[in-house]
Design a protein around this ligand. Sequence first.
Ligand code: PLP
Length: 398
Amino acid sequence: MRRIYLDYAATTPTHPEVVEAMLPYFTDAFGNPSSVYSYGQEAKGAIEEARTKVADLIGAWGEEIVFTSGGTEADNFAIKGIACANEPKGNHIITSTIEHHAVLETCKFLETRGFNVTYLPVDEYGLVDPDDVKRAITDKTILISVMHANNEVGTIEPITEIGRIAQEKEIYFHTDAVQTVGHIPVDVNELGVDLLSMSAHKLYGPKGVGALYVRKGTRLASFMHGGEQEKRRRASTENVPGIVGFGKAAELARQEMSQEAEHITRLRDWLIKGLLERIDHVRLNGHPQKRLPGNVNLSVEYVEGESMVLNLDLAGICASTGSACSSSSLEPSHVLLAMGLPHEQAHGSLRLTLGRWTTEEEIEKVLDVLPGIVARLRAMSPLLKIRKKSVTRRANGD
Ligand code: PLP
């Protein structure tokens, strides 16, 4: 059975041109970039080339890019790095309730170390209100961290507006752009951010490599101590093939992003419309327009999200209930709960995320298969039986 992959927000297949670009750095050009002989210098040159490509994708300078082991490390680096370096100035951090766990858990950790964190609410679409950011600022605030787009529901946040507030109040502003870089235009100056997290495996690059953009002049403490790599900002021998692959993925994204976004958005809208027409008691989660091109997130009433995912898997379709990091837990999504969904609806969530290689035939197959799966699961659902009984009782005036 040919599998249909609709979980591009969890990870993307590595682009064949990215794999090709990486290969020499496992074999002929295997040198350590810190070595002075030519093998080393060749690897160092490749890293610097990749740095420029990643910087070009987000409107930054090469020296403002620090390579990391992924998005999680970039988030940790940004938040802990600002907290450590700016503690004498204040101990207050502002973030949102719908952040990725890489941000939320880092903030929780800092709370155990004497920092105060404000977790801003979101509206029914998952949007942070910039006025709430303004109201939360105190004279102790040293950092605002709000994600560029949410990984579960795809809502794109008003980062430019928040950036203006942060600049006006001279507070450092970080955004987790793991889901947007390479998919929609990202420009650090337009967004007004000082720090921005990225991850290569979300844009057809390899896993285990990411980067943190750090605006020149930002007071940021180092996170990994040891050697002098990354201008002493991040010790450890560089993941040369990974970094080269990230650079290639960034280069390809610059060339292909707008065309790809157009194609994916068309398929996404067709999928949303088709599912809303074919299945009753379904709601689209996230903002209808301010949303990532590839994101479809639905709450299907009277059905468990996990059951839909398992049944789709049996039909050869890869989907998820939300974030890949929490998909093995049966807790309802913190994002959907923060958006005000009741527990039953949050439990019935299904995320389908489209990407570069999604085809019309694949969308047709999902439209064909999913309504039947939902009908079968509902036929077995105790929740639906309870509801039907109460409707009948009401009709009979019981
Ligand atoms: N931030 C967001 C918004 C994400 O979606 C993810 C991954 O799903 C991460 C951070 C973590 O990135 P990585 O897997 O590279 O550590």
